[in-house]
Design a protein around this ligand. Structure first.
Ligand SMILES: Cc1cc2nc3c(=O)[nH]c(=O)nc-3n(C[C@H](O)[C@H](O)[C@H](O)COP(=O)(O)O)c2cc1C
Length: 185
């Protein structure tokens, strides 16, 4: 089974997008599809970026831990909300602090909003940043509108007839990229 890390990006007290991190954690582990774990940026609580890990003289344990987890993951799922047409500063912090760790990493993007547009603009800005990092973003996206109507606080889908085919298609593409990456690398 693949090791997959799920980055949960929102650090708001009343965050909703974390429901998707829980959804994918449960889906992957309960169906024995992967060894999944959540990298919760609210728990990491990184300071505002001021230097890349490579150039830090005495990096914090949590930065080293995050770097090691991204590095050792065979694939990553990033769950991000949309804030003012982009992705949150918490996630930019976590992306910018690393470099080599992101390179060629298969990454699936999950966007979330509480409105009808499902974080479609955050997707575009995040894809561009990850492209600059030479990350391998998979082409299947998972975009969730109206979060509170579609997933509960424990990460259960409230409309499995809609979510399951989308989940299968998203994970199929992520797994394909992980396998292809292994064959090349
Ligand atoms: C600062 C801020 C900016 C937002 N901007 C957008 C936006 O541009 N587009 C959108 O669809 N929703 C926007 N929203 C609504 C979010 O989609 C909604 O609050 C969602 O629950 C955020 O995810 P979170 O609860 O995990 O932080 C914004 C919310 C916040 C807090």
């Amino acid at each position: 089974m693949f090791n997959i890390s799920i980055v949960s990006s929102s650090i708001r007290p009343d965050r909703k997008s974390h429901r998707l991190a829980l959804y994918f954690l449960n889906y992957l582990n309960e169906n024995f599809l992967a060894n999944a774990n959540i990298l919760d940026l609210k728990v990491y609580d990184f300071p505002i970026f001021n230097e890349t890990l490579k150039k830090q003289e005495s990096p914090s344990k949590k930065t080293l831990d995050f770097a090691e987890k991204i590095n050792s993951s065979e694939g990553v799922i990033i769950v991000t909300p949309e804030y003012n047409g982009g992705y949150p500063a918490s996630l930019k912090n976590a992306i910018d602090v690393l470099y080599d760790e992101w390179r060629h990493k298969p990454v699936g993007i999950v966007t979330v909003s509480n409105g009808p547009f499902a974080g479609s603009q955050a997707l575009v800005s995040l894809q561009f940043s990850l492209w600059k990092m030479k990350t391998w973003t998979v082409t299947e996206q998972y975009s969730v509108p109206n979060i509170e109507k579609n997933y509960d606080e424990e990460g259960n889908s409230l409309h499995k007839n809609i979510s399951e085919p989308l989940t299968e298609a998203f994970l199929k593409e992520l797994f394909w990229c992980i396998k292809a990456d292994k064959n090349i690398g």
